[in-house]
Design a protein around this ligand. Structure first.
Ligand code: NAD
Ligand code: UDP
Length: 310
């Protein structure tokens, strides 16, 4: 039995990961400051004696004897990470330093939840891991993008300088049950708007693209990455290469929910990436993984979830 620390464990991805790690007979410590996460995401795990919940901010040092660390703590939705941008950078950078320090001290393996945002508004398509990206360092997304890029640098330097066993996952847009209804990301926004009969808010003309991955596929990939040998640290893209325009997504959700909502257009936020699609050859090769859940199937499960909670 391994003892595993999940920072950001009460969030959308973290709660699914904690659940899966417990199912696989591990002991799990979930650490969260509840900025965007919620106790309701993990309340069903509290009765499990192998699950511990700790209210803590990763900006402050933390100590526990653990075998593995999944470092997920960081707001992920643009409206939330832009709410207090200095705090977002601190969370990524100081959180990484604190968790890497812990990993070094207790000799734990540590995985960083990095992001496709390290590629910024990409000039290469699809994005491969050897592309260095196109990020505006002073734009509204910079607190998140540069914070995550610096975290990747820190992970790499702790590996080189201190032999820490690191793994870096570059996660592409992920959706599924337990996204917060007010999270602000596109899949949850459109589903909630469609179910409530409110206008569907498309930013720009809706021609920008994203590639959406269902949560179960992501959790599977993160666990596969963690158990890879020391020859492989990443960074590795984890995403579903099926690419859709935002307008296509809106139309799909309207059809699947049978909603009469109208589509309303709003200005495109600054620095909003035009295209995004992962090249997942590396993940296929090193993790023997590829996503299994097509968008329609994942959306169906997500719509069912929101029908229940709204
Ligand atoms: P989320 O907002 O649901 O979860 C983030 C969790 O981190 C929340 O529970 C929040 O309370 C916690 N947190 C935030 N700041 C903290 C701090 N300073 N100390 C302790 N806890 C803190 O978002 P998510 O979608 O579950 O994302 C989880 C991770 O995956 C993030 O690091 C995010 O950058 C990364 N990621 C997510 C996506 C995606 O599409 N969901 C894509 C790329 C990367
Ligand atoms: N988006 C939109 N309407 C919304 C929310 C988002 O049109 O209500 C667009 C947003 O401008 C972006 C895409 O959908 O082009 C994905 O946005 P999200 O915030 O989900 O993630 P990210 O931009 O970080 O990929």
């Amino acid at each position: 039995m391994k003892r595993i620390l999940v920072t950001g464990g009460a969030g959308f991805i973290g709660s699914h990961l904690c659940e899966r790690l417990l199912e696989d007979n591990n002991e799990v410590i979930c650490l969260d400051n509840f900025f965007t996460g919620s106790k309701s995401n993990i309340v069903h795990l509290l009765k499990n004696p192998y699950f511990e919940l700790i209210r803590h901010d990763v900006i402050a040092p933390f100590f526990a004897e653990v075998d593995e660390i999944y470092n997920l703590a960081c707001p992920a939705s643009p409206i939330h990470y832009q709410y207090n941008p200095i705090k977002t950078t601190k969370t990524s950078v100081m959180g990484a330093i604190n968790m890497l320090g812990l990993a070094k001290r207790v000799k734990a393996k540590i995985l960083q939840a990095s992001t496709s945002e390290v590629y910024g508004d990409p000039e290469q398509h699809p994005q491969r891991e050897d592309y260095w990206g196109h990020v505006n360092p002073v734009g509204i997304r910079a607190c998140y993008d540069e914070g995550k890029r610096c975290a990747e640098t820190l992970f790499t330097d702790y590996k080189i300088q201190n032999n820490v066993k690191i793994k870096i996952a570059r996660i592409f847009n992920t959706y599924g049950p337990r996204m917060h209804p007010n999270d602000g990301r596109v899949v949850s926004n459109f589903i909630v708007q469609a179910l409530k009969g409110r206008p569907i808010s498309i930013f720009g003309e809706g021609n920008q693209t994203r590639s959406f991955q269902y949560i179960d596929d992501l959790v599977d990939a993160l666990i596969r990455l963690m158990i890879t040998g020391s020859h492989f640290s990443g960074p590795v893209n984890i995403g579903n290469p099926q690419e859709f325009t935002i307008r296509e997504l809106a139309e799909k959700i309207l059809k699947m929910t049978g909603s009469k909502s109208v589509i309303k257009f709003f200005p495109l936020p600054d620095d909003d990436p035009i295209r995004r699609q992962p090249d997942i050859s590396l993940a296929k090769r090193e993790l023997r993984w590829e996503p299994k859940v097509p968008l329609d199937e994942g959306l169906e499960k997500t719509i069912d979830y929101f029908k229940k909670i709204i």
